[in-house]
Design a protein around this ligand. Structure first.
Ligand code: UDP
Length: 242
């Protein structure tokens, strides 16, 4: 069976909102969403069970609005609504590839999508259907990175794949600093101690406390999701004790 060749069977893919933006300054580039949907289609065809959390930074970020004077909790609720738009767009892209996918929102909006209920999400994943978790954790003052780790633990995922524009975690931003070096492996405490910009501290601590591996890979290269599932991608893995 194809699934037997996979190193990871059930994965949560975390895409930032900006991943859907492509070269635009704002919003969703459906050609980029289509390319990413193709990667997910390949992974499901190989027997993987895929859950997805998409951020909202391409549309609205609570912290930025709060910096301009908006009440932070209100701004965060707006940010969570942005993630629902992204999830619907990505579900549509998956639909074009005949990949069955469900959007489950942490904030009930019954005429738009289903609400998040853990047993329902688990049953969709094992069908298998792709599950898109929308509206983050449903709470202000959190990020979609934390939502990704939380849902991955709840769904018994083997790992979280954090998709970025570079092939792992570097000591500094490799696009700005040519002397930056890439790590193959890091412990959770190293990420926190070195203050590496991978995910926010709450997400890293939650992953550490529950022994959930975090894999940082590039999604710029088509086909990289399947390679990651097979353990063949160039990546940084964050796991284990220091
Ligand atoms: N957000 C929130 N609670 C959550 C997840 C997200 O309040 O559990 C809000 C927050 O305002 C955040 C916005 O949604 O700025 C978009 O999410 P995020 O910044 O994580 O998106 P990304 O950077 O991944 O695109």
């Amino acid at each position: 069976m194809a699934a037997a060749k996979l190193k990871y069977k059930r994965l949560l893919l975390k895409l930032s909102g900006e991943a859907l933006m492509g070269n635009q300054a704002y919003g969703i580039d459906m050609t980029v969403a289509d390319r990413l949907a193709n990667d997910v289609a390949e992974a499901t065809a190989a027997g993987a069970e895929i859950a997805i959390v998409i951020g909202g930074g391409n549309i609205f970020r609570g912290l930025s609005a709060a910096a301009k004077g908006m009440d932070r909790a209100t701004a965060d609720y707006m940010g969570m609504l942005a993630t629902v738009m992204n999830a619907l767009a990505f579900q549509n892209a998956l639909d074009h590839r005949n990949v069955p996918a469900r959007v489950l929102s942490a904030i009930p909006m019954q005429t738009i999508c289903e609400s998040y209920v853990r047993p329902k999400a688990l049953s969709y994943l094992s069908k298998p259907q792709v599950v898109l978790f929308a509206a983050g954790t449903g709470n202000p003052f959190f990020t979609t990175d934390t939502a990704a780790v939380l849902r991955a633990i709840e769904m018994n995922c083997d790992a979280v794949i954090k998709a970025t524009q570079v092939d792992g975690v570097y000591s500094a931003d490799p696009k700005k600093d040519p002397s930056a070096t890439r790590y193959d492996r890091l412990s959770y405490s190293e990420v926190l101690a070195k203050n590496l910009k991978v995910m926010d501290g709450a997400a890293i601590a939650l992953a550490r406390d529950n022994g959930l591996p975090l894999i940082v890979v590039s999604i710029e290269e088509p086909g990289n999701l399947l390679k990651t599932l097979r353990g063949e991608a160039r990546q940084t893995i964050i796991e284990g004790p220091g």
